[in-house]
Design a binder for this molecule. Structure first.
Ligand code: NAD
Length: 513
């Protein structure tokens, strides 16, 4: 076992980390550096510079985090919901105060533009705002006189220790989908951020501590599969919230539920955007470009395939190419004009480039080709430029695999029905959108499309915090989604009490009247 108490940080974790790069753990309210473990390198994608080392934690460290969360649980679950919410309100104020700093951290470790990073933090903040409503959201139901003199009511209680496992692409938002609502409901939490972007979570946990979150209510461990496996098998963890790629989501769901845990696992996506011949040209071209190339295509809601219907091809594609050709790719941490940043790693940039090559070998015609993109001010950054592939066919590699990079397939079709069928053939079911001016077409699309989040003249229809993030098919495993009331239900269980007080009710004053 690693002696975790051996080295506490005397200065703030984020400052300590900037000096020696090692990402600390946060267990039982203590910031802990563990030396001697293998580490994963964290790079600034814009420059390729090494900016941190994430320790690869194993089962012993996960166990210590779970023990700290278990110790904190009895007192936290007894804390009135309104007091728990007040701490989150203080955290919300602190995050607003440190908003720009957090956005810069996101940009630095993820590579997205500052504007996109602000959106990432803002969406996370909205989840905290929603969690501040927990006292109302936790209220149960009651009915007097379910039978004469008998009443029935339900209450919601927390589960205990719960855990979250997050992906790299939204370093602020996705962890904040998970732990604020969980702790607002009275649970204590073990978070494993992505080993590729651990720094934002460190800073937010630091601010949560400052807001008064008691020791052990939120704990952070780091690493990859080993830490995840320990979470999946730990007997004291009641529920797991996961967001990441589909193969891992499926594994998390199967293994977690086999170990008796409640699991919500959001997976990958291939989102279709249909463009009808009557679509507004300017808005649909801009919407397609924003959906496919925002966050360098590393969004689970990214439009990865445009199905252009009939004459839309001749009108919208030239406008799209015009928009895409003017996207400025750059080092987002130093170039405020950059409209698109790097992808997460050198390996990922190479993989995206290889997939473009395979698709062109299969007959796809590049209208713009991101393999050629270079950023002269940052020659070691992980860049792939925005790529539009025309004349893509359903069996080509970029249609089958989640590319998760700045690549947009264009498929040309003749009618709406066939386009919906093609989209519904996809194994995934996260988002889908239609650009049209026809209410009839939009209604038919919404009725028939097999996707959980639908946009009408909106390219990235990601629901706000008070609605569920409602993927389906291979994009989601479980019953209760992240966000919205479903998240309250996920992090609580119900008790229903049926009560009778003898001598009252059956012979009450009402019976005499
Ligand atoms: P990923 O699946 O590689 O990693 C996600 C988490 O799982 C990380 O914390 C990682 O450490 C862990 N992990 C990775 N491989 C593992 C393994 N073999 N066993 C156990 N744990 C493992 O995902 P990523 O690359 O970080 O993120 C991108 C993916 O996330 C994309 O597929 C994207 O579509 C998806 N995503 C989905 C949503 C959604 O709401 N559906 C939201 C954001 C991202």
């Amino acid at each position: 076992m690693i002696p975790l108490t051996s080295h506490f940080l005397a200065i703030t974790p984020i400052v300590a980390m900037s000096k020696n790069l090692l990402v600390p753990l946060f267990i039982g309210g203590e910031w802990i550096e563990v030396r001697g473990l293998p580490t994963t390198a964290v790079h600034n994608p814009s420059t390729g510079d090494l900016i941190a080392e994430t320790p690869v934690c194993g089962a012993d460290i996960v166990d210590q985090a779970v023990r700290a969360a278990s110790r904190a649980y009895p007192s936290w679950m007894e804390t009135p919901p309104v007091e728990r919410a007040r701490i989150l309100m203080k955290l919300k104020v602190l995050l607003e105060t440190h908003f720009e700093e957090l956005a810069q951290l996101v940009t630095r470790e993820n590579g997205k533009t500052l504007g996109e990073a602000r959106g990432d933090v803002r969406r996370g903040l909205e989840s905290i705002e929603f969690a501040c409503g927990a006292p109302t959201l936790l209220m149960g139901e009651s009915l007097e006189n379910v039978a004469r003199g008998i009443d029935c009511d339900s209450i919601r209680q927390p589960l205990g220790v719960v855990a979250g496992i997050a992906p790299f692409n939204f370093p602020a938002m996705v962890p904040l989908w998970m732990w604020p609502m969980a702790v607002a409901c009275g649970n204590t939490f073990v978070l494993k951020p992505s080993e590729k972007v651990p720094i934002t979570s460190i800073r937010i946990a630091e601010l949560a501590q400052k807001a008064g979150l008691p020791d052990g209510v939120l704990n952070l461990v780091h690493g990859g599969r080993e830490a995840v496996d320990a979470i999946l098998r730990h007997p004291a963890i009641e529920a797991i919230s996961f967001v990441g790629s589909t193969p891992v989501a499926k594994y998390i769901f199967q293994t977690g539920t086999a170990h008796g845990k409640r699991v919500q696992a959001a997976g990958g996506a291939k989102n279709f955007i249909l463009v009808m011949p009557d679509a507004d040209v300017t808005h649909s071209a801009a919407g397609l470009a924003e959906s496919a190339f925002g966050c360098a295509g590393q969004r689970c809601m990214a439009g990865s395939t445009a199905i252009v219907i009939g004459a839309a091809a001749d009108i919208v594609l030239p406008a799209l190419v015009d928009v895409v050709a003017n996207i400025r790719v750059g080092a987002t941490d130093r170039d405020p004009q950059a409209q698109m940043g790097a992808v997460i790693s050198r390996e990922h940039a190479n993989r995206v480039g290889d997939l473009i090559t395979q698709a062109t070998d299969q007959g796809a015609k590049p209208l713009t080709d991101g393999r050629l993109t270079r950023v002269s001010s940052a020659p070691k950054g992980f860049y792939v430029g925005p790529t539009v592939l025309d004349h893509v066919l359903p069996d080509m590699v970029t249609m089958k695999e989640e590319v998760f990079g700045p690549v947009l397939n264009v498929v040309r079709m003749e009618d709406l029905g066939a386009a919906i069928e093609l989209a519904n053939d996809s194994a995934y079911g996260n988002g889908a959108a239609i650009f049209t001016q026809s209410g009839k077409a939009a209604r038919e699309f919404r009725h028939r499309i097999q996707a959980g989040m639908i946009g009408v003249n909106i390219g990235v229809p990601a629901p706000l915090a008070f609605f569920p993030f409602s993927g389906m098919s291979q994009s989601f495993f479980g019953d209760l989604h992240l966000q919205g009331r479903e998240s309250v239900h996920f992090f609580t269980r119900q008790k229903v009490t049926t009560s009778r007080w003898f001598g009252h009710g059956e012979n009450s004053i009402w019976a005499e009247i």
